[in-house]
Write a protein that binds this ligand. Structure first.
Ligand code: NOJ
Length: 741
């Protein structure tokens, strides 16, 4: 065994040496222009993902002035562009990147929805499938995972992330990188991952996209940085800078962030790309006067590749001539870019990802669709089910009402990459194919805000006529239950889609009120890219399900849940506030010096709303019920190098088999810096048949108790701790133990 390992290491270091020789000699042969070309990433016109296009990008490829392209896919199209690169003097292959965020052709639920499955192997599998499909379609590189921790649901991009929790964010970051990259980047079915947006983008002020971030180092290290670090440790081949500033300096020009922290402290070995024109954006940020200064700052900070800004292309040469930057800096960046191309095997065969036959056989395979359906089922979160309205019986007659009931485009959500919405399944189709008698009426527009409709590209319709038609359907045709399909359209979350009011738009609320007045039982099926404010709905509607944007198979998956073919098991990974005034709101809050006391005016609270959210982090119901026995500890003290076992028995006491996600939280009661009331430290997802019970165990060591202390050392401090376990962050039992010095 030892011998084989030694041989492998030897072979590995020989391969490394060969790669180094080859790339170094290639760089020696390159002109300065050719080198700068490798650092220039341009978008093709196949897709638009930003405010700015460069018309003559093909000319740039032909002249060797562009080393990578994004927003271009299909074997034919990428081959055509690669052909151009092969006409350049050194024939350096192009790298093709794209936002494969939640699937390529087969679209899975939006990342926030997928996170609610709490199913790490499944999340790895969806990344693997995305990589299989994307690589078959000519792509080498995805701009994923997005691991920005976010506590403000006004920000539309919470849809792309995994929610508010750092610890869960770390686990997901790791499996996503593994899923995309596999064990071997040279395999033709793996692609480069790109951890983004480095860093802190999720903490923009007021949830307004591209806004300012201001944060203490402690907050950064403790809550916001760990998921990026986890992705780096998992081997993420690339990283993308964020648009925001970090401690007064835009991330793209922030040497502390990109070089001291990312490269030196964390040992990141890949290349750093900007987000779109973020080098140029340092001018309006007010940190440089012009593009010349911007290019200098970015390169010196540690940015290797300029996405779409053309600043490196136009400024670097002059900066070298003016002796502002040494060529060595450019060489290092070029080396990292070429290394990625080398690892993908592009120097051996630049066309190895352009296989039309593979694309045809891999994309949207039945097995992929099956995984998409399972993931969408598991992402559904049941918020309320009063009077057991759900599940519906197979014989039920359904009135399906709402603008999202039969909208294929909305099912695949935003950032649905190359997904073909015409192949997505709506709830109407899903119910019909399940053999349910269903009549559909749109009932309302997603919004009647004409300005917003314009921005979303929606047509204005006659709302009164729509409402009348819907009420006729509800009243007139013997419907037993009304399934309302309401929420946001896909364009209402994602990039550049911040909202200051995160409720269901007024047009749909009017429809919901009118339908409720008919007295028919109502199931509210929500489509949403963010937590919504649902106080009114929660007070008036008996059953509420959050289905996010479930992807290609959304309609089948939701029908499976409504009909009880799949017992809902999703749990929220982001808090649902009662109203916008509570934001930012998150479960791992601190106690403050004046914790809430309802009978004491001078304590931390509002006059007009409770402190607690409407639905807490980790919350989600099932058709069955789970009873939690007492939380027990193997001992009530733990040594620094010891461990403790926490155990709790969970029994399925209801009428259905089902999954439960048992959650473990920790509180450090007194420490050198104040610590939150609870922090997720573990979870176990179990399946229990009705009547069945299982003991769930968690092993705790000092590593779980660590935090950044008063001197920013990552340590566990002796003293009292509390462990909490339960079905969500609110309904927990607590036990104490002491960590001995
Ligand atoms: C801007 C977005 O912020 C980023 O997430 C994305 O990867 C790039 N555009 C490329 O489309």
């Amino acid at each position: 065994m030892k011998c084989i390992l030694a041989l492998l290491l030897l072979a590995g270091s020989a391969a490394n040496a060969q790669q180094q020789r080859l790339l170094t000699s290639l760089i020696q042969r390159m002109t300065l222009d050719e080198k700068i070309g490798q650092l220039n990433l341009l978008t093709s016109d196949m897709d638009v993902t930003g405010p700015f296009m460069k018309e003559n990008y093909k000319q740039d490829i032909l002249s060797g002035a562009c080393g990578a392209i994004f927003n271009a896919y299909t074997p034919q199209y990428t081959r055509m562009l690669q052909d151009m690169a092969m006409k350049t003097r050194l024939k350096i292959p192009l790298l093709f990147g794209y936002d494969v965020i939640h699937g390529h052709k087969t679209i899975f639920p939006i990342p926030l929805g997928e996170a609610c499955t709490w199913d790490l192997p499944l999340m790895e599998k969806t990344a693997r499938i995305a990589a299989e499909e994307a690589s078959a379609d000519g792509l080498h590189w995805t701009y994923s995972p997005m691991v920005d921790i976010a506590r403000d649901p006004r920000w539309g991009r919470v849809a792309e992330g995994v929610g508010e929790d750092t610890w869960l964010g770390e686990q997901i970051a790791r499996v996503k990188v593994r899923g995309y990259q596999g064990n071997d980047l040279a395999a033709t079915n793996t692609i480069l991952a790109c951890v983004k947006h480095f860093a802190l983008y999720g903490a923009i002020e007021a949830g307004r996209d591209y806004n300012t971030v201001d944060m203490s180092r402690r907050q950064m290290y403790q809550y916001y940085l760990p998921p990026y670090k986890a992705a780096v440790e998992a081997g993420a081949a690339t990283a993308m800078t964020s648009f925001n500033e970090v401690d007064g300096i835009p991330a793209t020009g922030n040497r502390w962030l990109l070089t001291e922290l990312l490269r030196k402290e964390w040992g990141f070995k890949g290349f750093v790309v900007t987000d779109y024109t973020s080098i140029n954006e340092m001018i309006p940020h007010g940190i440089v006067k012009n593009e010349y200064e911007a290019a200098e700052l970015a390169l010196k900070a540690g940015v290797d590749m300029d996405m779409q800004g053309s600043v490196y292309a136009t400024q670097l040469k002059k900066l070298v001539t003016d002796k502002k930057i040494p060529v060595k800096l450019i060489d290092d960046a070029v080396y990292r870019v070429l290394e990625a191309k080398y690892k993908l095997g592009l120097f051996q065969d630049p066309y190895r990802y352009c296989d039309t036959q593979r694309a045809a056989s891999v994309n949207m395979r039945p097995e992929h669709l099956q995984v998409a359906r399972e993931t969408a089922q598991r992402s559904v979160v049941l918020l309320k089910n009063e009077g057991q309205v759900l599940p519906l019986k197979q014989s039920v007659k359904v009135a399906l009402i709402g603008p999202l009931g039969d909208s294929q485009r909305d099912m695949i959500g935003n950032w649905s990459a190359a997904g073909d919405y015409k192949k997505s399944v709506t709830l109407l189709q899903g119910l019909k194919e399940a053999g349910i008698t269903v009549t559909y009426a749109q009932g309302a527009q997603v919004t009647s805000d004409a300005q917003l409709m314009g921005k979303l590209g929606l047509q204005v319709g006659d709302e009164d006529a729509m409402l009348k038609e819907a009420l006729d359907v509800v009243r007139g045709r013997g419907a037993d239950v009304v399934v309302m399909a309401l929420g946001e359209s896909q364009g209402m979350s994602g990039e550049a889609a911040s909202r200051s009011d995160i409720g269901i738009p007024a047009s749909q609320k009017r429809l919901l009120e009118a339908v409720l007045q008919t007295g028919k039982p109502v199931v509210l099926t929500l489509f949403n890219g963010r937590p919504l404010t649902l106080e009114w709905e929660n007070a008036h509607v008996p059953a509420i399900l959050v289905t996010w944007f479930g992807g290609t198979q959304a309609g089948h998956a939701i029908a499976d849940v409504l009909l009880g073919k799949f017992n809902p098991s999703g749990k929220l990974t982001m808090t649902f506030p009662r109203n916008v005034g509570q934001i930012p709101i998150y479960y791992n809050r601190k106690n403050t010096g004046r914790p809430l006391d309802a009978n004491n005016k001078y304590t931390s609270k509002y006059l007009d709303v409770a402190n607690d959210p409407l639905f807490p982090f980790g919350f989600g119901l099932s058709y069955t019920t789970f009873e939690y026995g007492p939380l027990q500890l193997s001992a009530n003290t733990m040594a620094m190098n010891g461990s403790l076992r926490a155990s709790i028995t969970v029994t399925n006491t209801g009428g259905y088999d089902g999954y439960e996600t048992v959650q473990l939280y920790l509180r450090d009661v007194t420490a050198s810096v104040n610590r939150p009331l609870q922090e997720l430290r573990g979870f176990k997802k179990i399946f229990l048949k009705k009547g069945e019970k299982q003991e769930v165990r968690f092993e705790i060591t000092a590593a779980d108790l660590k935090f950044y202390d008063r001197n920013m050392r990552y340590v566990a401090e002796p003293g009292e701790f509390r462990l909490q376990a339960g079905p969500n962050s609110r309904d927990v039992q607590e036990v104490k133990f002491e960590l001995k010095p």
